[in-house]
Write a new protein. Structure first.
Ligand code: MEV
Length: 301
């Protein structure tokens, strides 16, 4: 039995815009998904979603990993046990983390010799197969760790301040949200395209601030990014409530992370006020945890 794990991620800037080739800054977080794997007679996949065989409805990402990895190894049967600190469908990159950790588990178990670049690339192909339109961001950051400027794949300096993740506990479908933005863009290209470009420009502008650890400037820009995410229709009453609770309790900034519609928001905190922000989010009905940026991507445990 071997165990591999991969981190989740949060977007400081650029979700949705990145699907259209705009810049984004994404950062791996300490919350991880672990995949325990051993060779077996049949395919058995065990997770919080249930215990199944090759059931593409229940375990789409892992089933597509198994299919894809047949190109590199003769995989007859496998037992996968998935344990995750990342809630499913919450914008924290749970699908990328399970995809990347499963690829690495098979890579290790069957000696496929895949590099990190190969793993990130295969992960992206699988996300596209399952989700339709998906950027390489989540799978790349989950594979490599750190803070990454997309699409250049340029590593920026570590974010040192605490990151509070607030969860609305409303399931959000990335596929649906991405499709909704595409629809709005088709209807009003002259309005939506400049918004997506502005989001991209914000990422470029923030690069220097990330590298200089100027969290105040990053925060101002992240709050603007939040307004633009609302403008393209991926906000919700619950997300706004958590965002304002965080800001009113002293957060440097607060915004949606990931696809939106439900799922999670993030707040950057000072070293001494992260637990106040957690309490404020819980007071308005969310749940919250404090995490940090991690430099560690996919790894063999
Ligand atoms: C989802 O975590 C982020 C989106 O930008 C979709 C993607 O990049 O594939 C909404």
């Amino acid at each position: 039995m071997i165990t591999c794990s991969a981190p989740g991620k949060v977007y400081l800037f650029g979700e949705h815009a990145v699907v259209y080739g705009e810049n984004a800054i994404c950062c791996a977080i300490e919350l991880r998904t672990k995949v325990h794997a051993e060779k077996a007679e049949d395919v058995i996949i065990e997770s919080v979603l249930g215990t199944t065989g090759m059931d593409i409805e229940v375990h789409p990402y892992v089933c597509h990993v198994l299919k894809k990895m047949q190109q590199f190894a003769d995989i007859k049967g496998i037992r996968f046990k998935i344990e995750s600190e990342l809630p499913v469908g919450s914008g924290l990159g749970s699908s990328a983390a399970v995809t990347v950790a499963s690829i690495e588990a098979l890579n290790q178990l069957y000696g496929c010799g895949l590099s990190l670049e190969d793993i990130a690339g295969l992960g992206h192909e699988i996300e596209k197969t399952v989700q339709g339109n998906a950027s390489p961001t989540d799978t790349y950051v989950s594979t490599m760790g750190g803070v990454v400027m997309i699409p250049q794949r340029k590593k920026l300096k570590t974010i040192k301040c605490p990151i509070v993740v607030g969860n609305t506990h409303k399931f959000s479908s990335t596929k649906e949200l991405v499709a909704n933005v595409a629809k709005l863009r088709n209807e009003f290209p002259d309005i939506i395209d400049p918004i997506l470009s502005d989001i991209g420009r914000m990422s470029l502008l923030a690069e220097k601030s990330v590298n200089e650890k100027d969290y105040k400037t990053i925060g101002k820009l992240m709050n603007v990014n939040q307004g633009l995410l609302d403008a393209i229709g991926v906000g919700s009453a619950e997300l706004s409530s958590l965002v304002y609770a965080a800001r009113n309790s002293g957060a440097i900034c607060a915004k949606i992370t990931g696809a939106g519609g439900g799922g999670c928001m993030i707040a950057l905190a000072e070293d001494n006020n992260a637990s106040d922000i957690v309490n404020a989010i819980e007071d308005v009905g969310g749940s919250a945890i404090i995490t940090r940026n991690t430099e560690e991507g996919v790894r063999l445990e």
